[in-house]
Design a binder for this molecule. Structure first.
Ligand SMILES: *[C@@H]1O[C@H](CO)[C@@H](O)[C@H](O)[C@H]1NC(C)=O
Ligand SMILES: *[C@@H]1O[C@H](CO)[C@@H](O)[C@H](O)[C@H]1NC(C)=O
Ligand SMILES: *[C@@H]1O[C@H](CO)[C@@H](O)[C@H](O)[C@H]1NC(C)=O
Ligand SMILES: *[C@@H]1O[C@H](CO)[C@@H](O)[C@H](O)[C@H]1NC(C)=O
Ligand SMILES: *[C@@H]1O[C@H](CO)[C@@H](O)[C@H](O)[C@H]1NC(C)=O
Ligand SMILES: [Zn+2]
Length: 356
C-alpha cells in the first residue's frame, strides 16, 4: 500500500513535470486558423469536468460511460457486473462510474478489439483471478504479439458467436470479418436494444483520421450494412460524447459511400487526358523537374487526386458532419488508396501498355 502511494505520487510529479515542459515547448502553435462551426446535434449532453465522466442508463441495468472522447459500457446483473472495454483515458473513473450504481463484483470484461486506447485500463477492473476476460480469437492472437499487463489475455475466446449470459443479463457477441481491425466484434444487448461496435461510426462526426485507422476499408464500409441488420435503439461507437441512432449510422454510411464514388471518379479522371487530374502529365512534369525522385512523382499525382476528392466532399457535406475540415482529407487519402488497391479501380495506374 505504502509503495503504491509512493509510486502514485512519483507518477503525479512526473505528469506535472511533463505538463510544464509541454507548455514550455509549444509557443509556436498557431491557434488562429478558423474551422467550420460544429453542427448542432454532433455534441451530446455535457460531460462535467468534475468527476470527468458522464453515465447514460439505457434501462435494465445497461450503462454507457464517457469522458467526452471515449466510451465504454457496463451491465449490472443480479449477482455481478459485466464490463465492455476500459479505456485508459477513463481509467479509474470506470470503476467510480460502476460503484456509483452498484457494489456488486465485476465478473466479466469483454474486449471490443485489441487496441490499448479502448482496453488499456482493463487491469484497473481486476485480474484474471477474479474476472473472466472475453474476446475474439483474433484479438487474443493480436494481444499475444505484444503482451501487455494492462490488457490481460482473454480466457474465453470465440470465432463467430458467443452468447454471454450472466444471471439476468445477456450480451450477444458476433464477429463478421475484419473492418477497423481483424477481431473487432459487434456487441449486442438485445433486451436493452443497445449495439456497440467500436471505431466504425462516429455519430455526428466524420470518422477519425484514415477512416478511423481502418485496416480493411471494404470491411469498414460493409460494417455499416452489418450494423443496420441489428434491431437497436442506441448505438455505442466507442468515441466522442454521445450515443448514436439508426439515422447516425445511415448518415455515416452515406458519407463513406459518397467518398468511395468520389474517389473512384478521381481515379478515373487520372486517366482522362482532358482532365487536370491526368496523372501521366502531372508525373511527367514532376519527373522532368526532379529527375530520379520517384516518390515525389507518385505523391504529387496522388495529392492532386486527394485534393480533388476532398474538395468535392467538402462541397457536398459542408455543415452536415463535424470535423469534415479536420479529417476529411485524411479520410479521402485512405479511401483513394483502397479504391486502387482493394477495389482495383486503377485509372492511370492500370495496364496501359499494348498486349503482345
Ligand atoms: C496563423 O494562421 C492564420 C490563419 O491560417 C494566418 O493568417 C497567420 O498568418 C498565421 N500566423 C503565423 C504567425 O503563422
Ligand atoms: C438485472 O438485475 C439488476 C440488479 O438487480 C437490475 O438492476 C437490472 O435491471 C436487471 N436487468 C435485467 C435485464 O433484468
Ligand atoms: C482478486 O483476487 C485476488 C487473488 O485471489 C485477491 O487478492 C483480490 O482481493 C481479488 N479482488 C477482488 C476485487 O475481488
Ligand atoms: C470508373 O471507370 C470504370 C471503368 O471504366 C467504370 O466502371 C466506373 O463506373 C467509373 N467510375 C466513376 C465513378 O466514374
Ligand atoms: C477530350 O476533349 C476533346 C475536345 O473536346 C474531345 O474530342 C475528346 O473526345 C476528349 N477526350 C476524352 C478522352 O474525353
Ligand atoms: Zn481501435
Amino acid at each position: 500500500m505504502e509503495l503504491n502511494k509512493l509510486l502514485i505520487s512519483l507518477l503525479n510529479l512526473l505528469l506535472l513535470a511533463t505538463a510544464i515542459s509541454a507548455t514550455a515547448r509549444v509557443p509556436t502553435l498557431n491557434l488562429s486558423s478558423s474551422y467550420a462551426p460544429i453542427p448542432t446535434g454532433a455534441v451530446g449532453p455535457p460531460v462535467p469536468t468534475d468527476p470527468g465522466y458522464r453515465v447514460q442508463h439505457f434501462g435494465y441495468g445497461a450503462y454507457m460511460v464517457t469522458n467526452g472522447v471515449y466510451q465504454a459500457m457496463f451491465l449490472v446483473g443480479c449477482e455481478s457486473v459485466v464490463v465492455v472495454d476500459s479505456p485508459p483515458s477513463i481509467g479509474y473513473n470506470m470503476l467510480r462510474a460502476i460503484r456509483d450504481v452498484t457494489l456488486l463484483p465485476i465478473s466479466h470484461v469483454v474486449y471490443s478489439h485489441s487496441h490499448a486506447d479502448h482496453i488499456g485500463a482493463a487491469y484497473v477492473l481486476g485480474s484474471p483471478e477474479n474476472i473472466t476476460f472475453i474476446a475474439h480469437r483474433q484479438t487474443a492472437d493480436t494481444l499475444a504479439m505484444t503482451p501487455d499487463k494492462h490488457r490481460p489475455a482473454p480466457s474465453i475466446t470465440f470465432q463467430d458467436t458467443y452468447n454471454l449470459r450472466v444471471c439476468n443479463q445477456t450480451l450477444e457477441l458476433n464477429y463478421m470479418g475484419s473492418n477497423h481491425e481483424p477481431g473487432n466484434i459487434f456487441i449486442w444487448a438485445p433486451l436493452q436494444k443497445v449495439l456497440m461496435l467500436v471505431d466504425i461510426v462516429y455519430p455526428g462526426w466524420v470518422p477519425y483520421y484514415e477512416l478511423g485507422v481502418a485496416q480493411n476499408v471494404p470491411g469498414y464500409v460493409k460494417a455499416h450494412t452489418q450494423v443496420l441488420m441489428y434491431d437497436f435503439e442506441y448505438f455505442v461507437g466507442g468515441h466522442l460524447d454521445r450515443t448514436g441512432t439508426r439515422e447516425d449510422v445511415l448518415i455515416s454510411q452515406a458519407y463513406v459511400t459518397d467518398l468511395f464514388h468520389v474517389c473512384a471518379q478521381a481515379m478515373n479522371l487520372s486517366n482522362d487526358p482532358n482532365s487536370t487530374l491526368y496523372a501521366p502529365a502531372i508525373m511527367g512534369a514532376v519527373a522532368e523537374a526532379h529527375p530520379g525522385n520517384s516518390w515525389l512523382v507518385v505523391d504529387t499525382a496522388n495529392t492532386q487526386l486527394i485534393n480533388y476528392a476532398n474538395n468535392v466532399m467538402n462541397e457536398k457535406w459542408e455543415g452536415q458532419l463535424a470535423g469534415l475540415d479536420v479529417y476529411g482529407e485524411s479520410n479521402a487519402a485512405t479511401m483513394l488508396e483502397a479504391v486502387l488497391i482493394n477495389w482495383g479501380v486503377n485509372g492511370a495506374f492500370g495496364v496501359t501498355n499494348e498486349p503482345f
